[in-house]
Design a protein around this ligand. Structure first.
Ligand SMILES: [Zn+2]
Ligand SMILES: [Zn+2]
Length: 649
């Protein structure tokens, strides 16, 4: 940073000033066109000249309601007054107010009056908004620096001007009818570095900036409950944007820190997490504010912003997950809050913005789901069922039941993925305890929808756990012995590992597996999809390991159901295909004859050649991570059919 960049900055400012003066004189010409209606053209020029010379009286008149009435036909924009004022304000970084006044010989009381002119102009002459948005760079830079707090190099002026400045920003970005114009204005405003962050952080001053709150109190100003709420501004800003720019804007907002780093470098809380925190404050929630003449519940407004940030732009971080679940667990006595929390929880564990989701299929994040479960997502949902299942709208469209069901279903789909499986294992006892309690409560179990949700959690717990691939013994994580060849089969003991190896896994383990040996053994599963990259391969392997551990358990636990279906089909056991569909809750078990599964004779004879007379083919459908077409995984395993009778645990 040398003198040259400073010089460049000065040149840039000089150029900007020149451009503004040109606009001002241009404005002077156009003002003659409206002169016939009220104030004469000469009169207007006189007013502009007085504004230019920093005359206090004329400015007062311009801003005073009755004075405005007298001069009501003078346009701030067309007369050139606006340009003159902007020109003055552009000196706020480099000069003191006294220096500026001395240079024009004026007696204007305070620079606040200039900001008030901009506020008035943006209010009564919407066409002036773009010009203002483009030309308030220095003003923005001064005002958003909330640690130095200098305006015309003075703390006093900053303090006086801050709320009016906020007022101005609000006026400028207020929604316009023409979308294109709105976007231009919002874009022009956001070019000023730090403004967006400032707007966001202002919404958190009450909680995080006692220094500023104290300062403003000394001026008789307070923040909470005013129309000029940071969230409303964010809301309007976002509404003014479309497409990619809108998503980018949302991403920037969601991830912005809620406190100025200059003030507190330790606070890492993001805007999304901070907004959730605000919902815990009941005093805030009690005060509705007015927007476009309507009272709006603050809670709804915060949830509105959150919904955009989380659903549209996928702004989810650890802080957000922690705060949301804490909110749901400890602060949700309101039914409506519970609905919002459940809805956001669902979105939170799905990764990707909506259009991305469409491209890659509905992606449930193993990482996020695991983190949320550790933070208490499942317990929170169970508590919602306990508190609100009696509520009249519980089972209605968009009601709590629907959202909770979606959350449970999403967890269910990734519950065999590594991180989620571990998280559920960790939480198992707590969830189990809470579930048992609810299962004994007939007020809840009498209602089919509540019962259904409890059963879903049962199924989640059922499919979680480590079982020996050979003997189906329950294992703790430390007891698991994995096959050294494929690292996909887990055993309770060396003996089981050896037995499995000699009875078929030797042929199936990845080292020696070929198509020809498929069906000849009970052993390793056959993944029927090819992972598209390294990361998918790792994910798939993790899924396969966990899936292997429950295959025998599923097979044995459903013995009666399988035998019953076999009997109904009236076919010998070796002709059976048993399908386990883990995409539905509880897992669906279906038995089919191989002659029904394959429709061309070639496939049928190929299968007859390959199969072993002693084994039943089992297929397991489960959920995988990538892509719309590949999100189902089908794995095969073969079990000796006498196991149906003998290994029942
Ligand atoms: Zn074993
Ligand atoms: Zn192996």
């Amino acid at each position: 940073m040398g003198a040259s960049s400073k010089k460049k900055g000065k040149q840039r400012k000089a150029a900007a000033r020149k451009a503004l003066s040109a606009e001002a004189s241009g404005g002077g010409v156009s003002s003659s066109s409206i002169s016939g209606v009220g104030v004469s053209s000469g009169g207007i020029n006189k007013i502009v000249a007085k504004v230019r010379s920093g005359d206090n009286k004329v400015m007062k008149k311009l801003l005073n309601a009755s004075g405005r009435a007298n001069l009501s036909l003078v346009s701030y924009e067309h007369s050139g007054i606006l340009s003159v004022v902007l020109e003055f304000l552009n000196r706020c970084e480099d000069e003191t107010y006294e220096e500026v006044m001395n240079s024009v010989g004026g007696d204007l009381k305070s620079p606040l009056l200039w900001i008030r002119v901009l506020v008035a102009a943006s209010h009564v002459e919407p066409s002036s908004k773009l010009q203002i948005a483009k030309n308030i760079g220095p003003l923005v830079r001064c005002m958003v620096n909330d640690t130095e707090r200098r305006f015309f190099k003075s703390n006093k002026h900053w303090k006086e001007a801050i709320l009016k400045f906020f007022n101005l920003v609000a006026n400028v970005i207020e929604l316009r009818e023409k979308q294109l114009e709105s976007m231009q204005i919002v874009e022009a405003l956001l070019q000023h570095e730090g403004l967006l962050r400032f707007i966001i952080q202002m919404g958190f001053w009450r909680e995080y900036r006692p220094d500023i709150v104290k300062l403003l109190k000394s001026e008789g100003m307070t923040f909470s409950g005013t129309v000029l709420d940071s969230r409303v501004l964010i809301d309007i800003l976002v509404s003014g944007m479309e497409g990619e720019s809108r998503i980018r804007l949302l991403e920037t907002i969601g991830t912005s820190p809620i406190v100025n780093k200059e003030y507190n470098s330790a606070c890492m809380t993001s805007c999304v997490a901070g907004l959730v925190c605000q919902l815990k404050d009941d005093t805030l929630l009690g005060t509705p504010y007015i927007k476009e003449g309507n009272f709006i519940d603050q809670r709804k407004s915060i949830f509105g912003v959150l919904q955009r940030l989380v659903i549209e732009a996928d702004c989810v971080d650890k802080g957000f997950i922690i705060e949301l679940i804490d909110l749901g667990t400890n602060y949700s006595s309101h039914h409506e809050t519970a609905i919002y929390v459940a809805l956001l929880s669902l979105e939170m564990i799905h990764q990707g913005a909506p259009e991305k989701k469409q491209l890659r299929g509905d992606i449930i994040s193993d990482t996020r789901s695991a983190f949320a479960i550790r933070e208490g997502l499942i317990e929170m949902c169970l508590a919602f069922i306990e508190c609100f299942s009696k509520h009249e709208s519980f089972g209605e469209d968009g009601g709590l039941y629907e959202h909770i069901k979606q959350v449970f279903r999403s967890i269910y789909l990734v519950l065999l993925h590594k991180k989620t499986a571990k998280a559920i294992t960790n939480k198992r006892n707590v969830i189990e305890g809470q579930l048992v309690c609810l299962e004994q409560n007939t007020h809840i179990t009498n209602k089919p929808k509540s019962k259904e949700l409890l059963d879903m959690v049962r199924s989640i717990l059922y499919l979680n756990g480590s079982y020996c691939c050979r003997c189906n013994t329950t294992m703790s994580k430390t007891e698991v012995k994995q096959c050294n060849g494929c690292h996909r089969m887990s055993y309770c003991s060396k003996a089981c590992q050896k037995e499995d190896w000699l009875n078929g896994h030797k042929l199936a383990c990845c080292k020696s597996h070929t198509d020809e040996t498929a069906g000849q053994f009970q052993g390793r599963v056959l993944p029927l999809i090819v992972p598209e990259d390294e990361r998918s391969a790792v994910k798939l392997k993790e899924l396969e390991t966990n899936l292997s551990m429950i295959q025998l358990k599923l097979f044995l636990d459903h013995t009666d159901m399988i035998l019953k279906q076999v009997k109904a089909l009236d076919i010998p056991l070796p002709d059976c295909f048993v399908h386990f569909d883990l995409l539905v809750i509880p897992p669906r078990v279906e038995v089919e004859s191989y002659t029904d599964l394959f429709d061309n004779p070639e496939q049928i004879s190929r299968f007859e050649e390959m199969r072993s007379k002693g084994n039943i083919t089992c297929t397991y459908f489960s959920y995988f991570y990538h892509g719309e077409l590949k999100n189902r995984v089908v794995m095969q395993r073969f079990f000796p059919h006498e196991w149906l009778m003998t290994k029942k645990s």
